[in-house]
Design a protein around this ligand. Structure first.
Ligand code: XUL
Ligand code: CO
Length: 478
Protein backbone atom coordinates (compact mmCIF):
# COMPACT_ATOMS: atom_id res chain seq x y z
CA UNK A 1 0.00 0.00 0.00
CA UNK A 2 2.73 2.40 1.13
CA UNK A 3 4.86 1.42 -1.84
CA UNK A 4 2.05 2.06 -4.29
CA UNK A 5 1.47 5.45 -2.72
CA UNK A 6 5.16 6.36 -3.01
CA UNK A 7 5.26 5.31 -6.65
CA UNK A 8 2.15 7.36 -7.35
CA UNK A 9 3.65 10.34 -5.54
CA UNK A 10 6.86 9.95 -7.49
CA UNK A 11 4.98 9.76 -10.76
CA UNK A 12 2.99 12.80 -9.78
CA UNK A 13 6.15 14.75 -8.93
CA UNK A 14 7.73 13.63 -12.17
CA UNK A 15 4.66 14.80 -14.02
CA UNK A 16 4.81 18.17 -12.30
CA UNK A 17 8.49 18.49 -13.19
CA UNK A 18 7.82 17.43 -16.75
CA UNK A 19 4.96 19.91 -16.94
CA UNK A 20 7.21 22.67 -15.66
CA UNK A 21 9.88 21.78 -18.18
CA UNK A 22 7.36 21.66 -21.02
CA UNK A 23 5.49 24.76 -19.97
CA UNK A 24 8.55 26.77 -18.94
CA UNK A 25 8.38 29.97 -20.95
CA UNK A 26 11.39 30.39 -23.16
CA UNK A 27 11.39 33.96 -21.89
CA UNK A 28 11.93 35.66 -18.57
CA UNK A 29 9.10 35.56 -16.08
CA UNK A 30 7.50 38.83 -16.93
CA UNK A 31 6.62 39.80 -13.36
CA UNK A 32 10.35 39.88 -12.72
CA UNK A 33 10.18 43.62 -13.25
CA UNK A 34 13.30 45.64 -12.93
CA UNK A 35 15.63 42.65 -13.02
CA UNK A 36 18.09 42.30 -15.84
CA UNK A 37 15.74 39.67 -17.09
CA UNK A 38 13.60 42.49 -18.53
CA UNK A 39 16.36 43.39 -20.91
CA UNK A 40 16.53 39.80 -22.17
CA UNK A 41 17.33 39.45 -25.85
CA UNK A 42 15.37 36.20 -26.08
CA UNK A 43 12.64 37.67 -28.24
CA UNK A 44 14.56 40.28 -30.10
CA UNK A 45 14.98 37.73 -32.87
CA UNK A 46 12.03 36.30 -34.76
CA UNK A 47 8.52 35.87 -33.40
CA UNK A 48 7.23 34.33 -36.61
CA UNK A 49 10.02 32.06 -37.83
CA UNK A 50 9.26 30.33 -41.09
CA UNK A 51 6.78 33.01 -42.15
CA UNK A 52 8.20 34.98 -45.07
CA UNK A 53 7.33 38.51 -46.13
CA UNK A 54 3.90 38.09 -47.74
CA UNK A 55 3.95 38.71 -51.50
CA UNK A 56 1.40 38.96 -54.28
CA UNK A 57 1.32 35.73 -56.30
CA UNK A 58 -2.01 36.16 -58.13
CA UNK A 59 -5.31 34.27 -58.10
CA UNK A 60 -3.88 30.97 -59.31
CA UNK A 61 -1.47 30.40 -56.42
CA UNK A 62 -2.36 27.90 -53.75
CA UNK A 63 0.18 29.29 -51.29
CA UNK A 64 -1.84 30.31 -48.21
CA UNK A 65 0.91 32.76 -47.26
CA UNK A 66 0.59 34.88 -50.41
CA UNK A 67 -1.84 37.50 -51.69
CA UNK A 68 -4.14 36.38 -54.47
CA UNK A 69 -5.86 39.71 -55.19
CA UNK A 70 -4.03 42.37 -53.21
CA UNK A 71 -1.17 43.71 -55.29
CA UNK A 72 -0.14 46.87 -53.39
CA UNK A 73 1.65 48.69 -56.22
CA UNK A 74 -0.90 47.87 -58.95
CA UNK A 75 -3.03 50.81 -60.07
CA UNK A 76 -6.82 50.54 -60.06
CA UNK A 77 -8.78 53.54 -61.36
CA UNK A 78 -5.57 55.54 -61.36
CA UNK A 79 -4.61 54.90 -57.74
CA UNK A 80 -2.32 52.26 -56.21
CA UNK A 81 -4.17 49.50 -54.40
CA UNK A 82 -2.24 50.22 -51.21
CA UNK A 83 -3.45 53.85 -51.34
CA UNK A 84 -7.07 52.82 -51.80
CA UNK A 85 -6.86 50.35 -48.95
CA UNK A 86 -4.55 51.81 -46.26
CA UNK A 87 -4.79 48.55 -44.31
CA UNK A 88 -3.96 48.52 -40.62
CA UNK A 89 -3.51 45.83 -37.99
CA UNK A 90 -5.61 46.05 -34.81
CA UNK A 91 -3.29 45.44 -31.88
CA UNK A 92 -6.04 44.30 -29.54
CA UNK A 93 -7.46 41.46 -31.61
CA UNK A 94 -4.13 40.34 -33.03
CA UNK A 95 -2.02 40.52 -29.89
CA UNK A 96 -4.47 40.56 -26.98
CA UNK A 97 -7.15 38.25 -28.35
CA UNK A 98 -7.25 35.14 -26.23
CA UNK A 99 -10.06 33.19 -27.85
CA UNK A 100 -12.03 33.37 -24.60
CA UNK A 101 -15.78 33.91 -24.85
CA UNK A 102 -18.59 34.28 -22.29
CA UNK A 103 -18.73 30.48 -22.01
CA UNK A 104 -15.20 29.34 -22.65
CA UNK A 105 -11.63 29.81 -21.48
CA UNK A 106 -8.84 31.25 -23.64
CA UNK A 107 -7.58 29.01 -26.41
CA UNK A 108 -4.64 31.01 -27.76
CA UNK A 109 -1.23 30.76 -26.15
CA UNK A 110 1.23 32.49 -28.44
CA UNK A 111 4.79 31.33 -27.83
CA UNK A 112 6.00 34.79 -26.81
CA UNK A 113 3.30 35.23 -24.14
CA UNK A 114 4.10 34.34 -20.53
CA UNK A 115 0.61 34.72 -19.14
CA UNK A 116 1.20 38.08 -17.46
CA UNK A 117 0.22 41.66 -18.12
CA UNK A 118 3.58 43.08 -17.15
CA UNK A 119 5.47 45.93 -18.72
CA UNK A 120 8.18 43.54 -19.92
CA UNK A 121 5.49 41.45 -21.62
CA UNK A 122 3.97 44.59 -23.17
CA UNK A 123 7.32 45.46 -24.74
CA UNK A 124 7.88 41.97 -26.05
CA UNK A 125 4.40 42.00 -27.58
CA UNK A 126 5.16 45.31 -29.25
CA UNK A 127 8.18 43.71 -30.93
CA UNK A 128 5.92 40.91 -32.17
CA UNK A 129 3.47 43.52 -33.47
CA UNK A 130 6.06 45.22 -35.66
CA UNK A 131 7.47 41.97 -36.99
CA UNK A 132 3.92 40.98 -37.92
CA UNK A 133 3.21 44.32 -39.60
CA UNK A 134 6.44 44.23 -41.59
CA UNK A 135 5.93 40.66 -42.76
CA UNK A 136 2.35 41.44 -43.77
CA UNK A 137 3.63 44.45 -45.69
CA UNK A 138 1.37 47.15 -44.25
CA UNK A 139 2.36 50.54 -42.83
CA UNK A 140 -0.40 51.12 -40.31
CA UNK A 141 -1.58 49.83 -36.94
CA UNK A 142 -4.28 50.73 -34.39
CA UNK A 143 -4.34 50.50 -30.62
CA UNK A 144 -6.17 51.18 -27.38
CA UNK A 145 -3.90 52.68 -24.69
CA UNK A 146 -4.53 49.87 -22.19
CA UNK A 147 -3.95 47.02 -24.59
CA UNK A 148 -0.45 48.17 -25.42
CA UNK A 149 0.59 49.01 -21.84
CA UNK A 150 -0.64 47.73 -18.47
CA UNK A 151 -2.81 49.85 -16.22
CA UNK A 152 -0.85 50.99 -13.15
CA UNK A 153 -2.04 51.50 -9.58
CA UNK A 154 -2.59 55.19 -10.29
CA UNK A 155 -3.22 57.27 -13.39
CA UNK A 156 0.34 58.59 -13.13
CA UNK A 157 1.70 55.04 -13.10
CA UNK A 158 -0.52 54.06 -16.07
CA UNK A 159 0.77 57.08 -17.98
CA UNK A 160 4.35 56.12 -17.15
CA UNK A 161 3.80 52.56 -18.38
CA UNK A 162 2.25 53.90 -21.56
CA UNK A 163 5.17 56.28 -22.13
CA UNK A 164 7.65 53.40 -21.84
CA UNK A 165 5.84 51.19 -24.33
CA UNK A 166 5.16 54.09 -26.69
CA UNK A 167 8.87 55.03 -26.66
CA UNK A 168 9.69 51.50 -27.79
CA UNK A 169 6.91 51.55 -30.40
CA UNK A 170 8.27 54.81 -31.78
CA UNK A 171 11.71 53.26 -32.11
CA UNK A 172 10.35 50.08 -33.75
CA UNK A 173 8.04 51.96 -36.14
CA UNK A 174 10.98 53.38 -38.10
CA UNK A 175 10.15 56.06 -40.61
CA UNK A 176 7.30 54.44 -42.53
CA UNK A 177 5.01 52.73 -40.05
CA UNK A 178 2.61 54.74 -37.88
CA UNK A 179 -0.85 54.43 -36.31
CA UNK A 180 -3.92 54.75 -38.50
CA UNK A 181 -5.57 55.60 -35.21
CA UNK A 182 -5.24 55.40 -31.48
CA UNK A 183 -7.91 55.39 -28.81
CA UNK A 184 -8.43 55.14 -25.07
CA UNK A 185 -9.88 51.98 -23.65
CA UNK A 186 -12.65 53.26 -21.39
CA UNK A 187 -14.69 50.14 -20.82
CA UNK A 188 -12.87 47.21 -19.16
CA UNK A 189 -12.14 48.63 -15.70
CA UNK A 190 -15.07 48.55 -13.21
CA UNK A 191 -14.82 52.34 -12.81
CA UNK A 192 -16.47 52.54 -16.26
CA UNK A 193 -19.50 50.49 -15.30
CA UNK A 194 -21.80 53.50 -15.82
CA UNK A 195 -19.89 54.67 -18.88
CA UNK A 196 -17.03 57.14 -19.26
CA UNK A 197 -18.08 60.57 -20.58
CA UNK A 198 -21.68 59.50 -19.91
CA UNK A 199 -21.02 58.23 -16.40
CA UNK A 200 -23.26 59.55 -13.64
CA UNK A 201 -20.09 59.94 -11.58
CA UNK A 202 -18.12 63.16 -11.95
CA UNK A 203 -14.83 61.53 -10.96
CA UNK A 204 -15.17 59.05 -13.81
CA UNK A 205 -15.86 61.86 -16.30
CA UNK A 206 -12.66 63.62 -15.19
CA UNK A 207 -10.68 60.36 -15.20
CA UNK A 208 -11.87 59.62 -18.73
CA UNK A 209 -10.88 63.11 -19.88
CA UNK A 210 -7.41 62.60 -18.43
CA UNK A 211 -7.10 59.23 -20.13
CA UNK A 212 -8.26 60.54 -23.52
CA UNK A 213 -5.91 63.54 -23.19
CA UNK A 214 -2.96 61.19 -22.71
CA UNK A 215 -4.10 58.79 -25.47
CA UNK A 216 -4.37 61.72 -27.89
CA UNK A 217 -0.90 62.87 -26.92
CA UNK A 218 0.68 59.48 -27.57
CA UNK A 219 -1.26 58.98 -30.82
CA UNK A 220 0.09 62.35 -31.98
CA UNK A 221 3.62 61.48 -30.81
CA UNK A 222 3.53 58.24 -32.80
CA UNK A 223 2.45 60.11 -35.94
CA UNK A 224 -1.13 58.78 -35.80
CA UNK A 225 -3.46 60.01 -38.52
CA UNK A 226 -6.76 59.72 -36.64
CA UNK A 227 -8.15 59.35 -33.14
CA UNK A 228 -11.21 57.20 -32.42
CA UNK A 229 -14.05 57.42 -29.90
CA UNK A 230 -16.17 54.35 -29.39
CA UNK A 231 -18.84 54.40 -26.71
CA UNK A 232 -18.03 51.17 -24.94
CA UNK A 233 -20.45 51.52 -22.06
CA UNK A 234 -22.29 54.68 -22.94
CA UNK A 235 -26.06 54.60 -23.12
CA UNK A 236 -28.93 53.81 -20.93
CA UNK A 237 -29.78 50.33 -19.73
CA UNK A 238 -33.17 51.57 -18.65
CA UNK A 239 -34.74 55.00 -18.71
CA UNK A 240 -36.02 54.53 -15.15
CA UNK A 241 -32.75 55.44 -13.48
CA UNK A 242 -31.17 57.34 -16.37
CA UNK A 243 -31.10 61.03 -17.27
CA UNK A 244 -30.60 60.54 -20.99
CA UNK A 245 -30.63 64.26 -21.82
CA UNK A 246 -27.94 64.97 -19.26
CA UNK A 247 -25.77 62.07 -20.42
CA UNK A 248 -25.94 63.27 -24.03
CA UNK A 249 -25.07 66.82 -22.98
CA UNK A 250 -22.08 65.50 -21.04
CA UNK A 251 -20.94 63.45 -24.00
CA UNK A 252 -21.13 66.50 -26.27
CA UNK A 253 -19.13 68.62 -23.81
CA UNK A 254 -16.54 65.86 -23.59
CA UNK A 255 -16.12 65.63 -27.36
CA UNK A 256 -15.97 69.42 -27.60
CA UNK A 257 -13.12 69.44 -25.06
CA UNK A 258 -11.35 66.73 -27.06
CA UNK A 259 -11.62 68.82 -30.25
CA UNK A 260 -10.20 71.83 -28.40
CA UNK A 261 -7.33 69.81 -26.97
CA UNK A 262 -6.52 68.35 -30.37
CA UNK A 263 -5.90 71.87 -31.70
CA UNK A 264 -3.97 72.87 -28.62
CA UNK A 265 -1.40 70.11 -29.12
CA UNK A 266 -1.23 70.63 -32.89
CA UNK A 267 -2.63 67.22 -33.69
CA UNK A 268 -4.01 67.44 -37.22
CA UNK A 269 -5.53 63.97 -37.22
CA UNK A 270 -9.24 63.40 -37.79
CA UNK A 271 -11.41 62.70 -34.78
CA UNK A 272 -13.63 59.72 -35.51
CA UNK A 273 -16.75 58.39 -33.81
CA UNK A 274 -17.52 54.72 -34.26
CA UNK A 275 -21.28 54.05 -34.19
CA UNK A 276 -22.55 50.89 -32.54
CA UNK A 277 -26.14 50.20 -31.48
CA UNK A 278 -25.69 47.89 -28.53
CA UNK A 279 -23.36 45.38 -26.87
CA UNK A 280 -22.30 45.50 -24.14
CA UNK A 281 -25.02 48.00 -23.21
CA UNK A 282 -28.58 47.74 -24.37
CA UNK A 283 -28.79 50.98 -26.31
CA UNK A 284 -25.76 53.05 -27.18
CA UNK A 285 -26.18 56.71 -28.07
CA UNK A 286 -24.21 56.41 -31.31
CA UNK A 287 -26.66 53.76 -32.61
CA UNK A 288 -25.85 54.15 -36.30
CA UNK A 289 -24.42 56.68 -38.77
CA UNK A 290 -27.64 58.71 -39.01
CA UNK A 291 -28.12 58.90 -35.23
CA UNK A 292 -24.51 59.95 -34.77
CA UNK A 293 -24.74 62.56 -37.54
CA UNK A 294 -27.82 64.00 -35.87
CA UNK A 295 -26.05 64.12 -32.49
CA UNK A 296 -23.04 65.88 -34.02
CA UNK A 297 -25.24 68.39 -35.82
CA UNK A 298 -27.37 69.16 -32.78
CA UNK A 299 -24.31 69.93 -30.67
CA UNK A 300 -22.42 71.89 -33.34
CA UNK A 301 -19.73 69.22 -33.65
CA UNK A 302 -20.39 68.21 -37.24
CA UNK A 303 -17.25 69.89 -38.60
CA UNK A 304 -14.97 68.48 -35.92
CA UNK A 305 -15.74 64.78 -36.33
CA UNK A 306 -16.09 62.06 -38.93
CA UNK A 307 -17.30 58.50 -38.63
CA UNK A 308 -15.49 55.21 -38.36
CA UNK A 309 -17.97 52.73 -39.82
CA UNK A 310 -17.68 49.14 -38.64
CA UNK A 311 -19.47 46.57 -40.81
CA UNK A 312 -20.46 44.30 -37.92
CA UNK A 313 -21.84 47.31 -36.02
CA UNK A 314 -23.86 48.21 -39.13
CA UNK A 315 -25.53 44.81 -39.20
CA UNK A 316 -26.17 44.94 -35.44
CA UNK A 317 -28.09 48.17 -36.05
CA UNK A 318 -30.19 46.46 -38.73
CA UNK A 319 -28.40 48.03 -41.71
CA UNK A 320 -26.02 46.70 -44.32
CA UNK A 321 -22.46 47.98 -44.18
CA UNK A 322 -23.03 49.67 -47.55
CA UNK A 323 -26.05 51.52 -46.15
CA UNK A 324 -23.99 52.88 -43.26
CA UNK A 325 -21.10 53.83 -45.53
CA UNK A 326 -23.45 55.66 -47.89
CA UNK A 327 -25.21 57.44 -45.02
CA UNK A 328 -21.84 58.58 -43.70
CA UNK A 329 -20.55 59.55 -47.15
CA UNK A 330 -23.63 61.55 -48.12
CA UNK A 331 -23.28 63.50 -44.88
CA UNK A 332 -19.61 64.18 -45.65
CA UNK A 333 -18.66 62.05 -42.67
CA UNK A 334 -17.04 58.90 -44.04
CA UNK A 335 -13.63 58.84 -42.36
CA UNK A 336 -12.55 55.25 -41.76
CA UNK A 337 -13.74 51.66 -41.88
CA UNK A 338 -13.37 48.98 -39.23
CA UNK A 339 -13.30 46.09 -41.67
CA UNK A 340 -15.04 43.09 -40.29
CA UNK A 341 -18.29 41.24 -40.63
CA UNK A 342 -20.83 39.49 -38.46
CA UNK A 343 -22.32 36.05 -38.71
CA UNK A 344 -25.70 35.97 -40.45
CA UNK A 345 -27.15 33.72 -37.75
CA UNK A 346 -25.36 34.88 -34.58
CA UNK A 347 -26.63 38.29 -33.54
CA UNK A 348 -23.40 39.33 -31.83
CA UNK A 349 -20.45 41.51 -32.65
CA UNK A 350 -18.47 38.47 -33.72
CA UNK A 351 -15.75 40.60 -35.35
CA UNK A 352 -14.98 38.14 -38.14
CA UNK A 353 -12.65 38.94 -41.00
CA UNK A 354 -14.78 40.09 -43.94
CA UNK A 355 -14.47 37.42 -46.64
CA UNK A 356 -17.75 37.76 -48.51
CA UNK A 357 -16.79 39.21 -51.90
CA UNK A 358 -20.26 40.55 -52.69
CA UNK A 359 -20.19 42.52 -49.41
CA UNK A 360 -16.65 43.74 -49.99
CA UNK A 361 -17.62 44.89 -53.50
CA UNK A 362 -20.46 46.97 -52.05
CA UNK A 363 -18.04 48.39 -49.44
CA UNK A 364 -15.54 49.33 -52.13
CA UNK A 365 -18.22 51.00 -54.28
CA UNK A 366 -18.74 53.43 -51.39
CA UNK A 367 -15.01 53.90 -50.87
CA UNK A 368 -14.49 54.72 -54.55
CA UNK A 369 -17.42 57.15 -54.55
CA UNK A 370 -15.80 58.76 -51.51
CA UNK A 371 -12.56 59.20 -53.45
CA UNK A 372 -10.79 56.89 -50.97
CA UNK A 373 -10.58 57.11 -47.22
CA UNK A 374 -7.33 58.98 -46.52
CA UNK A 375 -6.36 60.07 -43.90
CA UNK A 376 -8.54 57.15 -42.83
CA UNK A 377 -8.20 53.60 -44.01
CA UNK A 378 -9.23 50.06 -43.22
CA UNK A 379 -8.63 48.73 -39.76
CA UNK A 380 -8.96 44.98 -39.22
CA UNK A 381 -11.14 45.12 -36.13
CA UNK A 382 -11.41 41.36 -36.59
CA UNK A 383 -10.26 38.33 -34.69
CA UNK A 384 -9.45 34.70 -35.28
CA UNK A 385 -12.18 32.24 -34.48
CA UNK A 386 -11.79 30.59 -31.08
CA UNK A 387 -10.70 27.34 -32.67
CA UNK A 388 -7.93 28.86 -34.83
CA UNK A 389 -4.86 28.55 -32.67
CA UNK A 390 -1.76 28.50 -34.87
CA UNK A 391 0.46 31.55 -35.14
CA UNK A 392 0.22 31.32 -38.94
CA UNK A 393 -3.58 31.65 -38.63
CA UNK A 394 -2.97 35.31 -37.72
CA UNK A 395 -1.35 35.79 -41.13
CA UNK A 396 -3.88 33.71 -43.03
CA UNK A 397 -6.75 35.70 -41.50
CA UNK A 398 -5.25 39.06 -42.47
CA UNK A 399 -4.29 37.85 -45.95
CA UNK A 400 -7.80 36.60 -46.67
CA UNK A 401 -9.33 39.81 -45.26
CA UNK A 402 -7.02 41.94 -47.41
CA UNK A 403 -7.64 39.81 -50.48
CA UNK A 404 -11.43 40.00 -50.04
CA UNK A 405 -11.35 43.81 -49.99
CA UNK A 406 -8.83 43.94 -52.84
CA UNK A 407 -11.12 41.71 -54.86
CA UNK A 408 -14.01 44.00 -53.91
CA UNK A 409 -11.99 46.95 -55.22
CA UNK A 410 -11.29 45.17 -58.52
CA UNK A 411 -14.98 44.26 -58.90
CA UNK A 412 -16.20 47.74 -58.03
CA UNK A 413 -13.74 49.26 -60.52
CA UNK A 414 -15.03 46.83 -63.18
CA UNK A 415 -18.61 47.95 -62.46
CA UNK A 416 -17.63 51.60 -62.70
CA UNK A 417 -15.58 51.17 -65.88
CA UNK A 418 -18.32 49.11 -67.50
CA UNK A 419 -20.81 51.86 -66.71
CA UNK A 420 -24.00 49.86 -67.26
CA UNK A 421 -25.01 49.95 -63.59
CA UNK A 422 -24.57 53.74 -63.47
CA UNK A 423 -26.52 53.99 -66.74
CA UNK A 424 -29.35 51.89 -65.28
CA UNK A 425 -29.50 54.21 -62.25
CA UNK A 426 -29.30 57.33 -64.44
CA UNK A 427 -32.18 56.09 -66.58
CA UNK A 428 -34.25 55.32 -63.49
CA UNK A 429 -34.25 58.99 -62.50
CA UNK A 430 -34.23 60.49 -65.99
CA UNK A 431 -37.71 62.01 -65.63
CA UNK A 432 -36.01 64.52 -63.31
CA UNK A 433 -33.51 65.45 -66.05
CA UNK A 434 -36.10 67.86 -67.45
CA UNK A 435 -37.10 71.46 -66.95
CA UNK A 436 -39.61 70.58 -64.22
CA UNK A 437 -37.18 68.16 -62.55
CA UNK A 438 -34.48 70.84 -62.54
CA UNK A 439 -36.93 73.27 -60.92
CA UNK A 440 -37.67 70.73 -58.15
CA UNK A 441 -33.99 70.01 -57.54
CA UNK A 442 -33.24 73.72 -57.37
CA UNK A 443 -35.96 74.14 -54.74
CA UNK A 444 -38.05 76.32 -57.06
CA UNK A 445 -41.15 74.18 -57.51
CA UNK A 446 -43.92 75.08 -55.10
CA UNK A 447 -47.06 73.01 -54.49
CA UNK A 448 -49.31 75.18 -56.70
CA UNK A 449 -46.94 74.76 -59.65
CA UNK A 450 -46.71 70.98 -59.10
CA UNK A 451 -50.49 70.67 -58.81
CA UNK A 452 -50.83 72.41 -62.17
CA UNK A 453 -48.33 69.98 -63.74
CA UNK A 454 -50.00 66.92 -62.20
CA UNK A 455 -53.35 67.94 -63.64
CA UNK A 456 -51.84 68.70 -67.01
CA UNK A 457 -50.02 65.31 -67.21
CA UNK A 458 -52.80 63.06 -65.81
CA UNK A 459 -52.05 59.63 -64.36
CA UNK A 460 -48.24 59.10 -64.34
CA UNK A 461 -46.75 56.07 -66.10
CA UNK A 462 -44.41 54.24 -63.69
CA UNK A 463 -41.61 52.26 -65.38
CA UNK A 464 -39.79 49.16 -64.08
CA UNK A 465 -36.88 49.75 -61.69
CA UNK A 466 -34.99 46.79 -63.24
CA UNK A 467 -33.76 45.41 -59.92
CA UNK A 468 -32.90 41.95 -61.28
CA UNK A 469 -31.03 43.52 -64.18
CA UNK A 470 -28.98 45.51 -61.64
CA UNK A 471 -28.25 42.26 -59.79
CA UNK A 472 -27.27 40.58 -63.06
CA UNK A 473 -24.79 43.34 -63.85
CA UNK A 474 -23.41 43.18 -60.30
CA UNK A 475 -22.98 39.43 -60.51
CA UNK A 476 -21.15 39.60 -63.81
CA UNK A 477 -18.47 41.78 -62.18
CA UNK A 478 -17.72 39.20 -59.44
C1 XUL B 1 -15.93 47.45 -30.18
C2 XUL B 1 -15.07 48.03 -31.19
C3 XUL B 1 -13.82 48.64 -30.68
C4 XUL B 1 -13.48 49.92 -31.33
C5 XUL B 1 -12.36 50.67 -30.70
O1 XUL B 1 -17.08 46.91 -30.68
O2 XUL B 1 -15.33 47.95 -32.37
O3 XUL B 1 -12.80 47.72 -30.79
O4 XUL B 1 -13.14 49.72 -32.67
O5 XUL B 1 -12.55 50.91 -29.36
CO1 CO C 1 -14.39 48.74 -34.04
Amino acid sequence: MMATKSVLLLLLCLNVVLFLVNAAPSTCPADNLGSKCDESDDWKGEFFPGIPKIKYEGPTTNNPLAFKWYNPEEKILGKKMKDWMRFSVAFWHTFRGTGGDPFGAPTKFWPWEDGTNSLAMAKRRMRANFEFIEKLGVDLWCFHDRDIAPEGKTLEESNKNLDEVVALAKELQGTKIHPLWGTAQLFVHPRFMHGAATSSELGVYAYSAAQVKKAMEVTHYLGGENYVFWGGREGYQTLLNTDMGRELDHLARFLEAAATYKKKIGFNGTLLIEPKPQEPTKHQYDWDAATTANFLRKYGLIDEFKLNIECNHATLSGHSCHHELETARLNGLLGNIDANTGDPQVGWDTDQFLTDVAESTMVMLSVIRNGGLAPGGFNFDAKLRRESTDVEDLFIAHITGMDALARGLRNAAKLIEDGSLAELVRKRYQSFDTEVGAKIEAGKADFEYLEKKAMEWGEPKVPSAKQELAEMIFQSAM
